[in-house]
Ligand binder design. Structure first.
Ligand SMILES: [Zn+2]
Length: 345
């Protein structure tokens, strides 16, 4: 089995299976593990010629786990435990399994036959994933958690026409997922993808995660999903949408991997609306506003008026040389004055 090493060039032999990721180094005595899933989902977007298409996505999950995590066995335990801590363990497990199956089915040359239906595992360097040594991670290590989630990332691989299955060009949008599965006006609640997106359960049951509440998790995805759905259906940015985007950004929690995952859909929506020249974002405070050509800062109408603040700052920077010598001169004047009246300064 050829081992994959480049996270950006994944090869899926079998789309139904995950690619197991292992790391050459440990992180603070934890094994670094990951899984990459591939899945497809419907995309509904007014912009599409047929109104809908199929999107093919990757989801990359990384976490840390110790020996106790891998050795604890319950009937309900997530199968990642049975795939091993290290790449060598994984290869041995797969090999033993192949031999067992081959004996049962009396297949000749079992390893190459059975291995060819597996996705090759991946061996990465710790530098390939950017581990954020934040308070969540530090606290989890201090509290000796058996497993600590690091990150979840979605990526849109490509989009195919729902009629002729040809690849069509489409922007890098992942927020379709929350629009389709979480928005109040859609009713795909029972779908598999919605269940796959329910990382709260995964984290809670398999990763020893006890932060937040599933209702809160769902309400964040629903809120983002509603805004995204409104945009996908109407292609118009309303004042309500602008306030919702700012409200979401203001309350975004980024220092927990599960919440951070939710808000990545918001980041994606905001970037997309900016790319489409539907909104602008204040370079000072980060608030968004309806797109106006050349507008870099929010103004009085947006509530914060960074524009005025920045204009004052710019005035100072532009006239700095004129303002400063005057100030210096006045200090010199004072010094002369003090000298004159006999005060040493
Ligand atoms: Zn601003």
């Amino acid at each position: 089995m050829r081992i994959q090493t480049d996270l950006n060039k994944l090869v899926f032999r079998n789309d139904q299976e995950v690619i197991e990721v292992f790391c050459k180094q440990k992180y603070k005595n934890y094994y670094v593990r990951g899984q990459i899933h591939k899945f497809s989902d419907n995309i509904y977007d007014k912009e599409l010629e047929e109104g809908c298409a199929y999107g093919y996505y990757l989801v990359k999950i990384f976490f840390l786990a110790n020996n106790d995590f891998f050795s604890s066995t319950t009937d309900e335990s997530w199968y990642i435990k049975s795939e091993g801590k290290t790449i060598n363990e994984y290869l041995k497990i797969k090999r033993d399994y192949a031999i067992k199956i081959a004996k049962k089915l009396e297949i000749k040359n079992p390893l190459s036959k059975i291995f060819s239906s597996y996705n090759s595992p991946m061996l990465i360097d710790i530098k390939d994933i950017d581990i954020q040594d934040d308070s969540f991670l530090k606290d989890s290590i201090i509290n000796k958690k058996d497993a600590i989630p690091l990150s979840i990332d979605f990526e849109l691989l490509n989009v195919k026409s729902s009629q002729n299955k040809k690849i069509i060009s489409y922007p890098n949008r992942i927020y379709n997922l929350v629009a389709y599965h979480y928005a109040d006006d859609n009713d795909h609640y029972e779908s598999e993808v919605r269940a796959e997106l329910n990382f709260y359960d995964l984290f809670y049951y398999d990763f020893d995660y006890e932060y937040g509440h599933p209702k809160e998790f769902i309400s964040i995805l629903t809120y983002i999903g509603n805004v995204a759905s409104d945009w996908l259906k109407n292609k118009n940015v309303s004042e309500d949408m602008i306030s919702a985007l700012n409200d979401l950004s203001k309350n975004a929690i980024r220092n927990h991997p599960l919440y951070d995952f939710c808000y990545k859909f918001l980041d994606n929506l905001i970037t997309d609306l900016k790319d489409n020249k539907k909104i602008g974002q204040c370079e000072s405070c980060g608030k968004v506003f309806k797109y106006v050509k050349g507008k870099k800062y929010c103004s009085k109408d947006d509530g914060t008026n960074c524009g005025k603040k920045m204009r004052n700052k710019r005035f100072y920077q532009k006239h700095r040389d004129e303002i400063l010598p005057k100030a210096r001169k006045s200090t010199k004047d004072y010094r002369d004055y003090y000298k004159k009246i006999g005060v040493k300064k």
